[in-house]
Design a protein around this ligand. Sequence first.
Ligand SMILES: [Mn+2]
Length: 319
Amino acid sequence: MPLDKIKQLIQDSENILVVSHIDSDGDSLGSAIALQLALSAIGKQVFVPAPTRFPQRYSFLHRYTNGWGNVPQKPDIIIAVDCSSEERIDWGDFLSTNGIPLINIDHHDGNHNFGDVNWLDPNAAAAGEMIYELLREIPAPIDENAASALYVAIMTDTGRFSFGNTTSKTLAIAAALVEIGADPKYLTTETYFNFSEEYFRNIGIALFNSRSYNNGRILFLTLDRATTQNFLTSPKDSEGIIDFAMAVRNVDVAVLFKEMSRNNIRISMRSRRGIDIDNVAKYFGGGGHPNAAGCSIEGTLATAQEGVLKQIRKLMGIL
Ligand SMILES: [Mn+2]
């Protein structure tokens, strides 16, 4: 059992490096922070490199950490959480993984199995669920701060407990975290009702730039460079905007296109249950979950939109 092996490796280690994925999100940050806090509490030296990009909406999570960085030359083990492939790992300022056992804990379908030990559970709604289980198993204490970090991890990956990945187990873990001291109202407000002005303008741009296809079953939102520059924003600050599109009646697939540069388009996709949008993401070299996935396309915005539309129609059988 990978869980037993991981437990053993952690017990035998003194210095532990915890890494997560680039383009940090609530699950990657919350899971890494909770691991850091709980493993520190059982006497381990735990290091988390400062995330390369820390989305503004999660800046309140800083208060739950023991701090970032100061990675040792040679940790005893490396734990990667919420990373679907080795290329997704945000190594921060840590360079050499030579000969250091790498533990891969993840819930993405199609994980690349890149670890020396791989614990993969595609049925887990968030990596945070798996971290909760691991910490209970070791056992390592989950204090109020770790509980808050894990609550954010699970809340964000389930779209506030509304996506198809939300199970009774998800809710049971969330309830246990609230019991420990995670505050749902506070954590929800900090995460979702705390828009920067830039994000607020991006919502407007993306919705204004929406186009629908096939009687509204497919809806595209776009953050193009010309408009975002005009409104002094950047397409980066856009997490969650795509969910507005899924709230439109009859929409089965929603896509957000972000024109990062003239030839680099970042794409987030959502779909209703039964439409496995992950297939389209994989077609373009990306990945994710059946109802939430993403990819990048090298090419112009028009080319990307055309290509994605074609693949979605193919997937939905509406050529
Ligand atoms: Mn995740």
